[in-house]
Design a protein around this ligand. Structure first.
Ligand code: UD1
Ligand code: UDP
Length: 433
């Protein structure tokens, strides 16, 4: 596998908002970019005022060396073009990892990190453990209200696209970074590709649902992970450019399982395989309302199980604000977010997972771990139809009941592809461009 190893020069800042910092040296491997952080009242790290403005930080690109067996051993040579990939949040680094590796075989990729997630354990660790190239640009946008965050990302992305003139823009999933990338590409007349297109919860109160609908309707290429996604698009009149490729997160999960098995995180946290439940929570609907979060914490405390809970920064902030942090910590292994391989190791060892995450529902399914989802609907209905995912909402009694009684068994259908979604995406891109 080859990849272009080039270095972007630190050119002059041609546009307002352009503020190239410094090139990363080899010693910086493991950090995407240097940034200043400040602590809020709850001790949660956030970006400083200075780094909140869209500033562009250039970094050295390097070839990936993550080993995979290629479905298409030799891809036919095509014209090499420039593809700008936009990422910003934890699940997007994971989704982009296999796609980036594939497209760099034939094309030049400009990797743009919006800076939506910026803590080391929410960002840098993923580039490290997934052996991803460092971002070429980090916009340093950080946390803000939805509109402000999206607007600042758009401002920074316009500068990058103006400068780089990509032939195609790729966005991933359903975050505000996805939306910003999709809007700017469209406004600038650049073709847009959406990885994980066609997902719907049919709940417009979720910010992600708005991001998905808009991004899909602006895309020229829609890479669907499931047949359900293809059908969702068809119902909205989108058929052109739609490709059922499978789920890139399935690719990553398969490629990472072996490395995850060699992690010692269970020993480090003193838990035994099959004897704990793993919990993740971060959706505003579960963690932003005091009574709802209190009800969930109550269920975890009353479950009588060993609970391992890597805590998303949004959740930590709210647990502290609502006075729930100390009671939780007294009985639960409340830990910092972990890197992807440690997370997969924890997941594979868990008896059950309790979550509101989209990605974790799928990963539980991939690894055959019963999943209790604290939502009323899901985009990943195959996991529910196959019986491995229980949608229980956020009521304390319902969560306790599921922890006690939800014990699925049986086969799982191959609804998420064959583990070669990224290669299929790259092949389609070869032909499109
Ligand atoms: C975002 C995405 C969500 C995705 C999730 C993955 C949107 C609208 N939401 O939600 O779809 O499922 O990422 O995890 O795009 N924070 C930190 N450090 C960080 C990042 C965030 O402290 O590195 C804190 C800040 O207080 C911030 C809060 O977490 O205000 C929420 O971050 P934000 O990126 O706005 O949304 P997420 O809840 O992470
Ligand atoms: N994850 C991780 N460390 C953690 C928690 C989750 O690496 O401490 C990974 C997990 O394996 C999954 C992804 O993060 O691939 C899910 O991200 P998240 O739940 O934040 O977002 P969502 O999938 O809901 O958009």
């Amino acid at each position: 596998m080859t990849a272009t190893l080039t270095e972007r020069s630190e050119g002059t800042a041609a546009h307002k908002g352009f503020n190239p910092k410094r090139k990363l040296e080899n010693r910086d491997r493991g950090r995407c970019y240097p940034r200043e952080v400040e602590r809020d009242d709850h001790g949660i790290a956030g970006p400083s005022e200075r780094t909140r403005s869209p500033s562009l930080i250039l970094s050295r690109r390097r070839a990936g060396s993550f080993g995979t067996i290629s479905l298409y051993a030799v891809r036919p040579l095509s014209q090499s073009v420039k593809i700008a990939s936009v990422v910003g949040a934890r699940p997007q680094f994971i989704k982009a990892a296999p796609v980036s590796r594939e497209i760099r075989q034939h094309h030049e990729e400009i990797l743009v990190h919006t800076g939506q997630h910026y803590d080391e354990n929410m960002s840098d660790v993923f580039f490290e453990v997934l052996d991803m190239p460092r971002p070429d640009y980090n916009l340093g946008v950080g946390s803000a209200s939805h509109s402000r965050q999206t607007a600042e990302m758009m401002h920074g992305l316009e500068d990058v696209f103006e400068r780089e003139k990509p032939d195609l823009v790729l966005v991933y999933g359903d975050t505000n970074s996805t939306l910003a990338g999709a809007l700017v590409a469209s406004k600038m007349g650049r073709p847009l590709g959406h990885v994980e297109a066609g997902l719907r919860s049919f709940n417009r109160s979720m910010p992600e649902e708005i991001n998905r609908v808009v991004s899909d309707h602006l895309s020229a290429l829609l890479f669907c992970p499931t047949q359900t996604a293809v059908e969702n698009l068809a119902k909205e009149g989108i058929g052109r450019g739609v490709h059922l490729v499978g789920d890139v997160m399935y690719d990553v999960a398969l490629q990472s399982a072996q490395a995850a098995r060699s992690r010692d995180i269970l020993q480090r946290f003193g838990v035994q395989k099959g004897e704990y439940i793993l919990v993740t929570l971060h959706r505003p609907a579960s963690v932003d309302d005091r009574a709802t979060l209190e009800g969930i914490v109550d269920a975890l405390l009353r479950s009588g199980r060993t609970v391992v809970f890597p805590i998303h920064p949004r959740t930590r902030k709210n647990l502290e604000a609502f006075g729930l942090w100390e009671p939780l910590r007294a009985k639960v292994k409340a830990i910092e977010p972990v890197d992807y391989l440690d997370f997969i190791a924890l997941l594979m060892g868990a008896s059950k997972v309790v979550t509101d995450s989209g990605g974790v529902q799928k990963e539980a399914y991939f690894f055959g771990v019963p999943c209790i989802t604290l939502r009323d609907e899901t985009e990943w209905i195959e996991t529910v139809e196959d019986g491995w995912n229980a949608l229980v909402g956020t009521d304390t009694a319902d969560i306790l009941d599921a922890i006690e009684k939800f014990n699925p068994s049986g086969t799982k259908s191959k609804s998420f592809g064959d583990g070669h979604a990224a290669e299929k995406i790259a092949l389609i891109l070869d032909k499109f461009v």
